[in-house]
Design a protein around this ligand. Structure first.
Ligand SMILES: [Zn+2]
Length: 177
């Protein structure tokens, strides 16, 4: 059985959620918001299904950006509305969209910095894929550095991705599996 409680994005809350899940037989989750990840115990919790395409990798990145500072409860509750508003997080569509146009759409979060970040990140994601062929190739290329450096690399590359969000993302896509 997986932990399905409401998670907030603070490390303390994640830690608490994690300790609640310690009694569960499998600390596995299928979506980032089900994560019971605690930084120092990431081996105790694992994403169930790793992303299979660039598109899936990008969608999880968007979810991480959107929840930052607000918590996963918000993303989980509004997931289908957010997906619709953000063109199903389609990379090509978002990369060619203007901030004001996207901002006006129903279901899109009324936070211009985040809307701009999603567009910037779609473009950067495209560049990254173009550089190395696929996003999973890119993540594999990070394996040559230490965890801290990999987290920093991701945080520097993408807009509105801090180191905590970057670490959460890497864990959510099974980077450490
Ligand atoms: Zn997890």
């Amino acid at each position: 059985m997986r932990f399905r409680g409401e998670l907030a994005s603070s490390p303390e809350n994640l830690k608490r959620a994690h300790s609640m899940s310690m009694n569960e037989s499998r600390g596995e989750h299928r979506a980032p918001w089900e994560c019971t990840f605690a930084k120092e115990e990431k081996n105790k919790c694992r994403p169930g299904i790793p992303p299979k395409s660039n598109q899936q990798y990008f969608e999880i990145l968007c979810l991480c950006v959107l929840q930052a500072g607000l918590g996963w409860g918000m993303v989980r509750k509004n997931w289908s509305k957010l997906r619709k508003g953000f063109y199903d997080f389609n990379i090509e569509r978002l990369a060619t969209t203007k901030v004001n146009e996207l901002f006006k759409r129903e279901g899109v979060m009324k936070n211009k910095n985040k809307v701009k970040a999603i567009i910037d990140d779609a473009r950067e994601f495209q560049n990254t894929v173009q550089e190395v062929g696929s996003f999973s190739n890119f993540l594999r290329s990070l394996k040559g550095m230490g965890d801290k450096e990999a987290i920093r690399e991701l945080a520097q590359r993408f807009n509105h991705v801090g180191e905590y969000t970057a670490e959460y993302y890497l864990h959510s896509v099974g980077y450490w599996e």
